[in-house]
Design a binder for this molecule. Structure first.
Ligand code: PSV
Ligand code: MN
Length: 426
Protein backbone atom coordinates (compact mmCIF):
# COMPACT_ATOMS: atom_id res chain seq x y z
CA UNK A 1 0.00 0.00 0.00
CA UNK A 2 1.16 3.51 -0.82
CA UNK A 3 -0.14 6.72 0.76
CA UNK A 4 -0.91 9.31 -1.90
CA UNK A 5 0.09 12.92 -1.28
CA UNK A 6 -3.41 14.12 -2.14
CA UNK A 7 -4.85 12.05 0.72
CA UNK A 8 -2.34 13.59 3.10
CA UNK A 9 -3.30 17.06 1.91
CA UNK A 10 -6.97 16.22 2.54
CA UNK A 11 -6.16 15.12 6.06
CA UNK A 12 -4.37 18.43 6.69
CA UNK A 13 -7.17 20.69 5.48
CA UNK A 14 -9.10 21.27 8.69
CA UNK A 15 -6.05 22.17 10.74
CA UNK A 16 -4.16 24.43 8.39
CA UNK A 17 -5.47 27.64 9.85
CA UNK A 18 -4.77 26.74 13.44
CA UNK A 19 -1.27 25.60 12.41
CA UNK A 20 -0.67 28.95 10.74
CA UNK A 21 -1.70 30.86 13.87
CA UNK A 22 0.55 28.78 16.10
CA UNK A 23 3.45 28.97 13.67
CA UNK A 24 3.22 32.74 13.21
CA UNK A 25 3.13 33.32 16.94
CA UNK A 26 6.13 31.06 17.61
CA UNK A 27 8.09 32.26 14.62
CA UNK A 28 7.66 35.92 15.67
CA UNK A 29 8.71 35.35 19.24
CA UNK A 30 11.72 33.24 18.23
CA UNK A 31 12.78 35.79 15.63
CA UNK A 32 12.55 38.53 18.27
CA UNK A 33 14.90 36.46 20.38
CA UNK A 34 17.43 36.29 17.56
CA UNK A 35 16.61 32.76 16.35
CA UNK A 36 16.90 32.06 12.62
CA UNK A 37 13.69 30.08 12.18
CA UNK A 38 14.29 29.12 8.55
CA UNK A 39 17.64 27.54 9.34
CA UNK A 40 15.99 25.39 11.99
CA UNK A 41 13.21 24.34 9.62
CA UNK A 42 15.75 23.39 6.95
CA UNK A 43 17.72 21.32 9.45
CA UNK A 44 14.54 19.52 10.48
CA UNK A 45 13.76 18.81 6.84
CA UNK A 46 17.20 17.27 6.32
CA UNK A 47 17.10 15.05 9.39
CA UNK A 48 16.28 11.47 8.35
CA UNK A 49 16.01 8.52 10.73
CA UNK A 50 16.17 4.91 9.60
CA UNK A 51 13.38 2.53 10.56
CA UNK A 52 14.53 -0.95 11.55
CA UNK A 53 12.79 -3.69 9.64
CA UNK A 54 12.10 -5.55 12.89
CA UNK A 55 10.05 -2.78 14.49
CA UNK A 56 7.24 -3.00 11.94
CA UNK A 57 5.61 -6.00 13.57
CA UNK A 58 4.68 -6.28 17.22
CA UNK A 59 7.65 -6.93 19.47
CA UNK A 60 7.39 -9.45 22.22
CA UNK A 61 8.87 -10.62 25.43
CA UNK A 62 10.07 -14.03 26.49
CA UNK A 63 6.59 -14.50 27.97
CA UNK A 64 4.72 -14.04 24.75
CA UNK A 65 4.03 -12.04 21.68
CA UNK A 66 0.72 -10.55 20.62
CA UNK A 67 0.97 -10.13 16.92
CA UNK A 68 -0.61 -7.00 15.48
CA UNK A 69 -3.09 -7.36 12.65
CA UNK A 70 -1.91 -6.64 9.13
CA UNK A 71 1.80 -7.00 9.94
CA UNK A 72 4.18 -7.04 6.96
CA UNK A 73 5.14 -10.61 6.14
CA UNK A 74 7.71 -9.97 3.43
CA UNK A 75 10.60 -7.59 2.90
CA UNK A 76 8.55 -5.78 0.25
CA UNK A 77 5.75 -5.15 2.74
CA UNK A 78 8.21 -3.95 5.37
CA UNK A 79 9.58 -1.40 2.91
CA UNK A 80 6.03 -0.37 2.05
CA UNK A 81 5.39 0.26 5.75
CA UNK A 82 8.48 2.45 5.95
CA UNK A 83 7.13 4.23 2.86
CA UNK A 84 3.91 4.98 4.77
CA UNK A 85 5.88 6.41 7.70
CA UNK A 86 8.00 8.50 5.37
CA UNK A 87 5.05 9.80 3.34
CA UNK A 88 3.39 11.04 6.54
CA UNK A 89 6.44 12.38 8.38
CA UNK A 90 9.03 13.05 5.64
CA UNK A 91 11.65 12.10 8.20
CA UNK A 92 11.82 8.33 7.84
CA UNK A 93 13.64 8.13 4.53
CA UNK A 94 15.69 5.02 5.29
CA UNK A 95 15.34 1.40 6.37
CA UNK A 96 17.82 -0.69 8.32
CA UNK A 97 17.78 -4.39 7.48
CA UNK A 98 18.66 -7.28 9.78
CA UNK A 99 20.20 -10.31 8.14
CA UNK A 100 19.14 -13.12 7.78
CA UNK A 101 15.59 -11.91 8.55
CA UNK A 102 15.59 -9.65 5.49
CA UNK A 103 17.60 -11.28 2.71
CA UNK A 104 16.20 -9.95 -0.60
CA UNK A 105 15.21 -12.44 -3.27
CA UNK A 106 15.24 -9.91 -6.08
CA UNK A 107 17.72 -7.14 -5.37
CA UNK A 108 16.75 -5.02 -8.34
CA UNK A 109 13.07 -5.07 -7.42
CA UNK A 110 13.80 -4.25 -3.77
CA UNK A 111 16.03 -1.34 -4.74
CA UNK A 112 13.41 -0.03 -7.13
CA UNK A 113 10.70 -0.30 -4.51
CA UNK A 114 12.91 1.62 -2.07
CA UNK A 115 13.61 4.44 -4.49
CA UNK A 116 9.96 4.67 -5.59
CA UNK A 117 9.14 5.45 -1.96
CA UNK A 118 12.22 7.64 -1.45
CA UNK A 119 13.66 5.10 1.01
CA UNK A 120 17.42 4.50 1.28
CA UNK A 121 19.11 1.41 2.68
CA UNK A 122 20.95 2.44 5.82
CA UNK A 123 23.18 0.29 8.06
CA UNK A 124 22.79 -3.47 7.68
CA UNK A 125 22.77 -5.49 10.90
CA UNK A 126 24.34 -8.90 11.33
CA UNK A 127 22.83 -11.52 13.60
CA UNK A 128 25.06 -13.90 15.49
CA UNK A 129 22.81 -13.95 18.54
CA UNK A 130 20.51 -16.65 17.15
CA UNK A 131 21.26 -19.97 15.51
CA UNK A 132 20.09 -20.15 11.93
CA UNK A 133 18.43 -23.21 10.40
CA UNK A 134 20.99 -25.71 9.09
CA UNK A 135 23.91 -23.75 10.58
CA UNK A 136 26.89 -25.97 11.22
CA UNK A 137 27.99 -24.27 14.43
CA UNK A 138 25.97 -22.93 17.35
CA UNK A 139 26.21 -19.50 19.00
CA UNK A 140 24.97 -20.81 22.35
CA UNK A 141 28.32 -19.90 23.94
CA UNK A 142 29.06 -16.86 21.84
CA UNK A 143 30.02 -15.94 18.31
CA UNK A 144 33.00 -13.67 17.60
CA UNK A 145 34.33 -14.37 21.11
CA UNK A 146 33.72 -18.12 21.10
CA UNK A 147 36.51 -20.40 22.31
CA UNK A 148 36.01 -22.46 19.14
CA UNK A 149 37.80 -21.26 16.02
CA UNK A 150 35.14 -22.87 13.81
CA UNK A 151 32.34 -20.89 15.48
CA UNK A 152 34.29 -17.65 15.21
CA UNK A 153 34.94 -18.29 11.52
CA UNK A 154 31.25 -18.93 10.86
CA UNK A 155 30.35 -15.66 12.60
CA UNK A 156 33.03 -13.71 10.71
CA UNK A 157 31.82 -15.15 7.42
CA UNK A 158 28.23 -14.21 8.28
CA UNK A 159 29.29 -10.58 8.79
CA UNK A 160 31.13 -10.61 5.45
CA UNK A 161 27.99 -12.00 3.79
CA UNK A 162 25.94 -9.21 5.37
CA UNK A 163 28.33 -6.60 3.96
CA UNK A 164 27.91 -8.18 0.55
CA UNK A 165 24.12 -8.07 0.77
CA UNK A 166 24.16 -4.45 1.97
CA UNK A 167 26.56 -3.47 -0.77
CA UNK A 168 24.15 -4.70 -3.44
CA UNK A 169 21.45 -2.45 -1.95
CA UNK A 170 23.58 0.66 -1.57
CA UNK A 171 24.13 0.46 2.20
CA UNK A 172 27.32 2.00 3.51
CA UNK A 173 27.63 0.59 7.02
CA UNK A 174 27.55 -2.63 8.99
CA UNK A 175 26.29 -2.66 12.57
CA UNK A 176 27.68 -5.38 14.77
CA UNK A 177 25.90 -6.09 18.02
CA UNK A 178 27.08 -9.15 19.92
CA UNK A 179 25.15 -10.98 22.58
CA UNK A 180 28.43 -12.66 23.56
CA UNK A 181 29.18 -12.91 27.25
CA UNK A 182 28.55 -15.24 30.15
CA UNK A 183 25.73 -16.04 32.51
CA UNK A 184 27.77 -17.22 35.49
CA UNK A 185 31.05 -16.25 37.19
CA UNK A 186 33.90 -18.42 36.01
CA UNK A 187 32.16 -19.41 32.79
CA UNK A 188 34.40 -17.24 30.58
CA UNK A 189 37.96 -16.06 30.58
CA UNK A 190 37.35 -12.31 30.13
CA UNK A 191 40.71 -11.64 28.50
CA UNK A 192 40.43 -14.46 25.98
CA UNK A 193 36.85 -13.50 25.10
CA UNK A 194 37.90 -9.90 24.50
CA UNK A 195 40.97 -10.90 22.48
CA UNK A 196 38.98 -13.26 20.27
CA UNK A 197 36.39 -10.54 19.69
CA UNK A 198 39.04 -7.99 18.75
CA UNK A 199 40.69 -10.39 16.29
CA UNK A 200 37.36 -11.42 14.75
CA UNK A 201 36.29 -7.79 14.33
CA UNK A 202 39.62 -7.04 12.65
CA UNK A 203 38.98 -9.90 10.20
CA UNK A 204 35.54 -8.47 9.38
CA UNK A 205 37.05 -5.00 9.05
CA UNK A 206 39.46 -6.32 6.41
CA UNK A 207 36.43 -7.15 4.24
CA UNK A 208 34.84 -3.71 4.62
CA UNK A 209 34.65 -1.71 1.36
CA UNK A 210 36.61 1.57 1.49
CA UNK A 211 33.54 3.78 1.63
CA UNK A 212 31.89 1.72 4.41
CA UNK A 213 31.89 2.10 8.20
CA UNK A 214 31.69 -0.57 10.84
CA UNK A 215 29.53 0.40 13.82
CA UNK A 216 30.22 -1.45 17.06
CA UNK A 217 27.23 -1.48 19.41
CA UNK A 218 27.63 -2.06 23.15
CA UNK A 219 25.20 -3.26 25.80
CA UNK A 220 25.77 -4.00 29.51
CA UNK A 221 23.61 -7.11 29.89
CA UNK A 222 20.93 -9.27 28.26
CA UNK A 223 20.77 -11.94 27.00
CA UNK A 224 23.82 -12.69 29.14
CA UNK A 225 23.34 -11.73 32.77
CA UNK A 226 26.77 -11.95 34.36
CA UNK A 227 29.11 -10.43 31.77
CA UNK A 228 28.92 -9.08 28.24
CA UNK A 229 32.06 -8.86 26.13
CA UNK A 230 31.25 -5.46 24.59
CA UNK A 231 29.60 -4.09 27.69
CA UNK A 232 30.10 -0.34 27.44
CA UNK A 233 31.24 2.59 25.32
CA UNK A 234 34.83 2.28 26.50
CA UNK A 235 35.03 -1.30 25.27
CA UNK A 236 33.40 -0.41 21.99
CA UNK A 237 35.77 2.56 21.63
CA UNK A 238 38.83 0.37 22.27
CA UNK A 239 37.66 -2.14 19.67
CA UNK A 240 36.87 0.55 17.11
CA UNK A 241 40.36 2.01 17.61
CA UNK A 242 41.93 -1.42 17.25
CA UNK A 243 40.12 -1.97 13.93
CA UNK A 244 40.91 1.36 12.28
CA UNK A 245 39.49 4.67 11.15
CA UNK A 246 36.40 3.21 9.44
CA UNK A 247 35.22 1.66 12.74
CA UNK A 248 33.07 3.61 15.19
CA UNK A 249 31.02 3.19 18.35
CA UNK A 250 27.27 2.99 18.18
CA UNK A 251 25.19 4.30 21.07
CA UNK A 252 21.82 2.66 21.74
CA UNK A 253 19.97 4.70 24.38
CA UNK A 254 18.65 1.56 26.09
CA UNK A 255 22.10 0.03 26.49
CA UNK A 256 23.18 1.81 29.66
CA UNK A 257 22.84 1.04 33.31
CA UNK A 258 20.26 3.21 35.12
CA UNK A 259 21.16 6.90 35.46
CA UNK A 260 24.21 6.73 33.19
CA UNK A 261 25.08 10.15 31.81
CA UNK A 262 24.53 9.29 28.14
CA UNK A 263 24.95 12.89 26.98
CA UNK A 264 28.48 12.90 28.36
CA UNK A 265 29.28 9.62 26.60
CA UNK A 266 28.00 11.07 23.32
CA UNK A 267 30.02 14.22 23.82
CA UNK A 268 33.35 12.46 24.44
CA UNK A 269 32.87 9.97 21.61
CA UNK A 270 32.25 12.90 19.27
CA UNK A 271 35.29 14.75 20.56
CA UNK A 272 37.34 11.68 19.68
CA UNK A 273 35.71 11.33 16.24
CA UNK A 274 34.40 7.87 17.09
CA UNK A 275 30.63 8.23 17.14
CA UNK A 276 29.20 6.51 14.07
CA UNK A 277 25.65 5.46 14.86
CA UNK A 278 22.74 6.00 17.15
CA UNK A 279 19.75 3.87 18.19
CA UNK A 280 16.81 5.75 19.71
CA UNK A 281 14.36 4.32 22.21
CA UNK A 282 13.39 4.99 25.81
CA UNK A 283 13.44 2.97 29.00
CA UNK A 284 12.47 2.95 32.63
CA UNK A 285 14.45 -0.03 33.90
CA UNK A 286 16.66 -1.70 31.30
CA UNK A 287 16.69 -2.17 27.55
CA UNK A 288 12.93 -1.65 27.49
CA UNK A 289 12.79 -0.49 23.85
CA UNK A 290 9.91 1.88 24.62
CA UNK A 291 8.73 4.73 22.41
CA UNK A 292 11.33 7.49 22.12
CA UNK A 293 10.64 10.35 24.53
CA UNK A 294 7.91 8.49 26.42
CA UNK A 295 9.80 8.24 29.73
CA UNK A 296 12.73 10.67 29.86
CA UNK A 297 12.20 13.47 27.33
CA UNK A 298 14.52 15.90 29.15
CA UNK A 299 17.39 13.39 28.99
CA UNK A 300 16.73 13.01 25.27
CA UNK A 301 16.92 16.79 24.87
CA UNK A 302 20.25 16.94 26.76
CA UNK A 303 21.61 14.17 24.52
CA UNK A 304 20.52 16.13 21.46
CA UNK A 305 22.23 19.21 22.85
CA UNK A 306 25.53 17.30 22.75
CA UNK A 307 24.76 15.84 19.33
CA UNK A 308 24.04 19.28 17.91
CA UNK A 309 27.20 20.65 19.51
CA UNK A 310 29.19 17.75 18.09
CA UNK A 311 27.67 18.10 14.62
CA UNK A 312 28.67 21.78 14.66
CA UNK A 313 32.12 21.43 16.23
CA UNK A 314 33.45 17.93 15.57
CA UNK A 315 33.76 17.34 11.81
CA UNK A 316 36.02 14.37 12.63
CA UNK A 317 32.84 12.25 12.95
CA UNK A 318 31.01 10.78 9.96
CA UNK A 319 27.36 11.62 9.26
CA UNK A 320 25.67 9.61 11.97
CA UNK A 321 23.52 6.59 11.13
CA UNK A 322 20.34 7.45 13.02
CA UNK A 323 17.91 4.64 13.71
CA UNK A 324 14.94 3.91 15.96
CA UNK A 325 15.44 0.66 17.88
CA UNK A 326 12.14 0.22 19.66
CA UNK A 327 9.37 -2.34 19.61
CA UNK A 328 6.92 -3.76 22.09
CA UNK A 329 3.71 -5.64 22.52
CA UNK A 330 0.88 -3.23 22.99
CA UNK A 331 0.71 -0.49 20.33
CA UNK A 332 0.15 -0.49 16.60
CA UNK A 333 3.84 -0.57 15.58
CA UNK A 334 3.38 2.12 12.92
CA UNK A 335 1.69 4.48 15.37
CA UNK A 336 4.47 3.79 17.83
CA UNK A 337 7.09 4.68 15.24
CA UNK A 338 5.22 7.86 14.32
CA UNK A 339 5.32 8.88 17.97
CA UNK A 340 9.04 8.11 18.16
CA UNK A 341 9.79 10.11 15.02
CA UNK A 342 7.89 13.07 16.43
CA UNK A 343 9.76 12.87 19.75
CA UNK A 344 13.12 12.75 17.97
CA UNK A 345 12.32 15.79 15.83
CA UNK A 346 11.01 17.63 18.86
CA UNK A 347 14.16 17.04 20.91
CA UNK A 348 16.32 17.97 17.92
CA UNK A 349 14.40 21.21 17.31
CA UNK A 350 14.66 22.18 20.98
CA UNK A 351 18.39 21.52 20.98
CA UNK A 352 18.73 23.70 17.88
CA UNK A 353 17.13 26.55 19.83
CA UNK A 354 19.94 26.61 22.37
CA UNK A 355 22.05 29.69 21.89
CA UNK A 356 25.50 28.09 21.88
CA UNK A 357 27.34 31.42 22.10
CA UNK A 358 25.31 32.55 25.08
CA UNK A 359 25.82 29.17 26.73
CA UNK A 360 29.56 29.35 26.17
CA UNK A 361 29.70 32.83 27.71
CA UNK A 362 27.69 31.71 30.73
CA UNK A 363 29.97 28.67 31.14
CA UNK A 364 33.08 30.86 31.00
CA UNK A 365 31.57 33.12 33.68
CA UNK A 366 30.68 30.08 35.76
CA UNK A 367 27.14 31.42 35.81
CA UNK A 368 25.50 28.13 36.69
CA UNK A 369 22.02 29.60 36.95
CA UNK A 370 22.25 31.24 33.53
CA UNK A 371 23.48 27.97 31.97
CA UNK A 372 20.42 26.18 33.29
CA UNK A 373 18.13 29.02 32.19
CA UNK A 374 19.47 28.80 28.63
CA UNK A 375 18.88 25.04 28.41
CA UNK A 376 15.47 25.19 30.01
CA UNK A 377 14.27 28.11 27.91
CA UNK A 378 14.88 25.92 24.86
CA UNK A 379 13.38 22.83 26.46
CA UNK A 380 10.21 24.61 27.58
CA UNK A 381 9.51 26.07 24.14
CA UNK A 382 6.70 24.26 22.35
CA UNK A 383 8.42 23.64 19.00
CA UNK A 384 5.68 21.54 17.41
CA UNK A 385 4.63 24.28 14.94
CA UNK A 386 8.19 24.17 13.53
CA UNK A 387 7.91 20.41 12.98
CA UNK A 388 4.53 20.89 11.31
CA UNK A 389 5.93 23.59 9.05
CA UNK A 390 8.88 21.39 7.99
CA UNK A 391 6.53 18.51 7.18
CA UNK A 392 4.06 20.73 5.34
CA UNK A 393 6.77 22.17 3.13
CA UNK A 394 7.79 18.64 2.14
CA UNK A 395 4.23 17.46 1.47
CA UNK A 396 3.86 15.53 4.73
CA UNK A 397 1.12 15.49 7.33
CA UNK A 398 0.49 18.23 9.88
CA UNK A 399 -0.12 15.51 12.45
CA UNK A 400 1.16 12.12 11.25
CA UNK A 401 -0.79 10.20 13.89
CA UNK A 402 -4.05 11.97 13.11
CA UNK A 403 -3.52 11.46 9.38
CA UNK A 404 -2.74 7.77 9.91
CA UNK A 405 -6.03 7.35 11.75
CA UNK A 406 -8.03 9.62 9.44
CA UNK A 407 -6.83 7.63 6.42
CA UNK A 408 -7.65 4.37 8.26
CA UNK A 409 -4.32 2.92 7.24
CA UNK A 410 -4.21 -0.07 9.59
CA UNK A 411 -7.58 -1.31 8.34
CA UNK A 412 -6.41 -0.97 4.77
CA UNK A 413 -3.32 -3.00 5.60
CA UNK A 414 -5.46 -5.66 7.24
CA UNK A 415 -7.68 -5.80 4.13
CA UNK A 416 -4.63 -6.19 1.93
CA UNK A 417 -2.58 -8.58 4.06
CA UNK A 418 -5.07 -10.33 6.28
CA UNK A 419 -5.34 -10.40 10.04
CA UNK A 420 -2.91 -13.07 11.02
CA UNK A 421 0.29 -12.24 9.17
CA UNK A 422 3.41 -12.27 11.31
CA UNK A 423 6.50 -10.18 10.64
CA UNK A 424 9.87 -11.89 10.72
CA UNK A 425 12.20 -10.67 13.40
CA UNK A 426 12.54 -11.24 17.09
C1 PSV B 1 20.18 -5.39 20.84
O1 PSV B 1 19.42 -5.22 21.97
C2 PSV B 1 19.80 -4.41 19.74
O2 PSV B 1 19.73 -3.13 20.26
C3 PSV B 1 20.74 -4.44 18.57
O3 PSV B 1 20.74 -3.22 17.88
C4 PSV B 1 20.12 -5.50 17.74
O4 PSV B 1 20.64 -5.63 16.49
C5 PSV B 1 18.68 -5.05 17.84
O5 PSV B 1 18.54 -4.72 19.21
C6 PSV B 1 17.65 -6.03 17.38
O6 PSV B 1 17.76 -7.22 18.03
MN1 MN C 1 20.23 -1.35 19.11
Amino acid sequence: MKVEEQNIQDSNKNNLESHKNHFDFLSNSLTNNGVDVNTIINKLKDFQVAIPSWALGAGGTRFGRFSFYGEPSSLEQKIEDVGILHALTKTAGAVSLHIPWDVPEDYKAIKELGSSLDIKFDAVNSNTFQDQKNAKESYRYGSLSNTSEAVRQQAIQHNLDVINIGDKLGSKSLTVWLADGSCFPGQNNFQNAFQHTENSLKDIYKGLPNDWSMLIEYKPYEPNFYSTVIQDWGTSYMLANACGNKAYSLVDLGHHLPNSNIEQIVSILMLKGKLGGFHFNDSKYGDDDLTVGSIKPYALFLIFNELVYGMQNNPQNPDLAWMIDASHNVKDPLEDLLQSLEAIQEAYAKALLIDQNQLKAAQLNNDVVECQEILQYAYRTDVRPLLEKARLELGGALSPINAYRYLDIRNQLIKERGKHTVATGL
